[in-house]
Design a binder for this molecule. Structure first.
Ligand code: NAD
Length: 245
């Protein structure tokens, strides 16, 4: 039997990048996956990459708490009780601190951090009743080390680690595990805008000498979601080719 047979997973930001790779990986392990994203445009192509019948798409802006509550109800009605939540949706608005506007700060904190708080609260109610569940938050190495031009994003990703550890302590007695992954530099749309010089500079900091791929992160999330991680909670697994050690 596959290790996630019978599980229902919500993956946010699932129409491309790390979220899509994670949705594929969880489906390959036997889970039924609710792929959540704010824009309809990539729903068809994303679903086409999934094993037949393994997933459904849901359009929801994760910063909208009402929409999230409604979405979770529909997911549970259509797919069954949620046992895995992957808080992956994220974005950046990079600027040096002195140029950073309130809107840059608020948007990045809302999408990368507050949305995870909202979703976790809603999904954890059912998990608590069933005394089972796994929550994985997609943080970042910059939440551990900081980064020039990313005060907002680093603060959000560091906050996500604090959220992970606190909620892990609260929910462990109720059979729910909460962990985080902290990817380094992964080749997705999020990092596609980096110029050649920045890319070279980054490569120089990565002992393994290459940027990562979404497929390098997804199996770690699958592991944290599954029975092999039964005794692991409150941890942050760095997936960065050795950049931070
Ligand atoms: P990506 O931009 O390809 O994917 C992010 C997805 O989130 C997109 O599909 C986007 O539409 C969705 N999204 C954004 N705001 C949303 C909202 N309000 N509601 C619903 N969906 C929303 O980027 P990615 O690299 O795949 O990033 C996935 C996660 O990994 C993010 O949390 C990101 O911060 C984190 N991360 C990425 C890297 C990297 O180098 N790419 C490194 C560390 C951490």
């Amino acid at each position: 039997m596959q290790e996630l047979q019978g599980a229902v997973a919500i993956v946010t930001g699932a129409f491309r990048g790390i979220g899509l790779a994670t949705a594929c990986e969880l489906a390959a392990a036997g889970a039924r996956v609710a792929m959540v994203n704010k824009d309809q445009s990539r729903a068809g192509p994303a679903l086409a990459e999934m094993p037949e019948g393994s997933a459904r798409t849901f359009i929801c802006d994760v910063t909208d708490a009402d929409c999230v509550a409604e979405m979770v109800d529909v997911v549970e009605a259509e797919l069954g009780p949620v046992s895995i939540l992957v808080n992956n949706a994220g974005l950046t608005r990079d600027k040096l601190l002195l140029r950073m506007q309130d809107e840059d700060w608020d948007l990045v904190l809302n999408v990368n951090l507050k949305a995870a708080f909202n979703l976790t609260k809603i999904v954890a109610r059912g998990m608590t009743r069933r005394r089972a569940g796994a929550i994985i938050n997609v943080s970042s190495v910059v939440g551990l080390m900081g980064n020039t031009g990313q005060a907002n994003y680093s603060a959000a990703k560091a906050g996500l680690i604090g959220l992970t550890k606190s909620v892990a302590k609260e929910l462990a007695p109720r059979g729910i595990r909460v962990n985080a992954v902290a990817p380094g530099f992964i080749q997705t749309q999020m990092t596609a805008h980096l110029d050649a010089e920045t890319r070279e500079g980054l490569l120089g900091q990565i002992p393994m000498g290459e940027l990562g791929r979404p497929e390098d992160v997804a199996p770690v999330i699958r592991f944290l979601a599954g029975p092999g991680a039964r005794y692991i909670t409150g941890q942050v697994i760095v997936v960065d080719g050795g950049m931070l050690m």
